[in-house]
Design a protein around this ligand. Structure first.
Ligand code: CO
Length: 145
C-alpha cells in the first residue's frame, strides 16, 4: 500500500492558556524566535510559530472557551496538542489516508498559518492529533505550478 510522502516534521503544536506568557517562556528559556503570529478565526485560535534550533513549535491559545483548543484546555490543560507533518499535496495525501482507513477531521484542506492544512483524528494515530501542512494552495495541482 502507498503511504503518505512525509517531507518533514513540520511543527509540534502546544495548547497554552496565556499566549504572551508562553512566548516569553519559550524565547527566554529556550532561545526560540518568533517566526509568525496570526489569528486563525476559522479555527478559533491565535497562533505563534517559533523556531527553536532547527525545529518549529506552534503555540495555540483559544479565542474563546467554545473552540476546539478551548475545549482541549478545559479537558486536558496545557500541553501537546498536535504533531504536524509537511507534505507536497494535502489533497492527494488526504485521499490516500481515507482510503487507508484513517479517520479524517478535514476531508478538504483549510487555510492554516503556513498554507493549506488538514487534520487527522487522534483515534487514527494512537491518541495524537495529526496535521498535514501542504506547500501549495488547496485545489492547485502540482502540475499547474
Ligand atoms: Co499546527
Amino acid at each position: 500500500m502507498r503511504h503518505v510522502a512525509v517531507r518533514d516534521l513540520h511543527h509540534v503544536g502546544i495548547a497554552v492558556a496565556d499566549l504572551a506568557a508562553a512566548v516569553d517562556r519559550w524565547c527566554g528559556l529556550l532561545g526560540a524566535e518568533v517566526e509568525a503570529e496570526e489569528e486563525v478565526e476559522s479555527q478559533g485560535v491565535r497562533a505563534v510559530a517559533l523556531w527553536t534550533g532547527t525545529g518549529r513549535v506552534e503555540l495555540l491559545a483559544p479565542l474563546a472557551a467554545d473552540t476546539p483548543v478551548g475545549r482541549f484546555l478545559e479537558r486536558r490543560g496545557e500541553g501537546l496538542h498536535h504533531v504536524a507533518f509537511g507534505v507536497d499535496d494535502v489533497v492527494a495525501e488526504l485521499r490516500l489516508l481515507r482510503d487507508g482507513g484513517a479517520t479524517l477531521i478535514d476531508v478538504e484542506p483549510r487555510q492554516g498559518l503556513y498554507g493549506p492544512v488538514a487534520f487527522v483524528h487522534p483515534e487514527t494515530m494512537g491518541g495524537v492529533l495529526i496535521e498535514l501542512v501542504g506547500r501549495q494552495a488547496p485545489g492547485v495541482s502540482k502540475e499547474a505550478q
